[in-house]
Design a protein around this ligand. Sequence first.
Ligand SMILES: [Zn+2]
Ligand SMILES: [Zn+2]
Length: 75
Amino acid sequence: MDDFDKRQTSMKSVLTCGICKKLCKDVTIIEECCHRFCKNCIMRKVREEKLKVCPECNTDLGVAPWQKIRYILQF
Ligand SMILES: [Zn+2]
Ligand SMILES: [Zn+2]
């Protein structure tokens, strides 16, 4: 039972957006650290807040953060 709960929790965190804390919509991944966000959330951060680090772990995304963000169609 405990193991099952842990699996459920980790599955959920994999699909949870680090910005809005909801289930990812149009999952987008940061290649540097494999953190996942909604496409809209991460694109807005990059565009409006000039995001240069991963919002989740502060990994440096360099001068062209959008080049390290990959939109994945599955999920
Ligand atoms: Zn989001
Ligand atoms: Zn990260």
